[in-house]
Design a protein around this ligand. Structure first.
Ligand SMILES: O=P(O)(O)OC[C@H]1O[C@H](OP(=O)(O)OP(=O)(O)O)[C@H](O)[C@@H]1O
Ligand code: HPA
Length: 181
């Protein structure tokens, strides 16, 4: 598939197929189940919109009692971070002494997760961990490290499986990167 991005025609190259993603989610959920056990409630905090598809597949494989919460933050226009994070919806209430697992689609510059973790720490939770489908270590501008990462990728803009370009392509069942045609 080819798509137009600003003045350039881009090739869409599949990086991770549906089957790759399914298999990696199985491995990640086994690790999370092992780390948290089955007794205590885990708050699953889904960062909207990008993490919606990943989170909905991941939580089905978790064995502990969970409460699902969402927060919406926004900072991207096109393929670049604006540098300004907006907390579009408030944080969930009553996070004090709770175990929180933040679900992200991607850690790119790290600005969004850095911002969110700072906000969450103000609520005095018992613990906070981050599970991100994708991580771009070479793009980090903030000292963040996700506890669970599906795939590390190079510094290319990616779309699909929740990830968008100006709101489009989130419904693709695979993750693809964009390269000049
Ligand atoms: O590490 P960063 O450089 O901050 O990039 C990662 C963030 O960017 C995207 O969110 P976006 O603002 O595009 O909102 P969306 O989830 O609704 O697409 C993505 O979902 C992450 O939250
Ligand atoms: O590579 C990306 N793709 C889509 N959304 C994003 N938000 C940060 N990085 C990306």
């Amino acid at each position: 598939m080819q798509i137009q991005v600003n003045d350039s025609l881009m090739n869409v190259n599949v990086l991770f197929s549906e089957a790759d993603i399914r298999e990696r989610i199985k491995q990640l959920s086994e690790q999370i189940n092992k780390d948290y056990g089955t007794e205590n409630t885990l708050i699953i905090l889904i960062v909207l919109h990008g993490a919606l598809l990943f989170a909905s597949d991941l939580v089905r494989n978790l064995g502990m009692p969970t409460e699902i919460e969402t927060v919406r933050i926004k900072s991207y226009e096109g393929t670049s971070s604006t540098g300004n994070i907006t907390l579009v919806t408030p944080l969930p209430k009553d996070l004090t002494d709770k175990q929180i697992l933040v679900i992200e689609d991607i850690v790119d510059t790290g600005r969004s997760i850095d911002f969110l973790l700072k906000e969450l720490r103000k609520t005095n939770p018992k613990s906070i961990k981050v599970c991100s489908l994708l991580d771009k270590p070479e793009a980090h501008e903030f000292p963040v490290k996700a506890d669970y990462v599906g795939f590390e990728i190079a510094k290319h803009f990616v779309i699909g499986y929740g990830l968008d370009l100006d709101g489009k392509y989130r419904n693709l069942p695979y993750v693809a990167d964009l390269k000049k045609a």
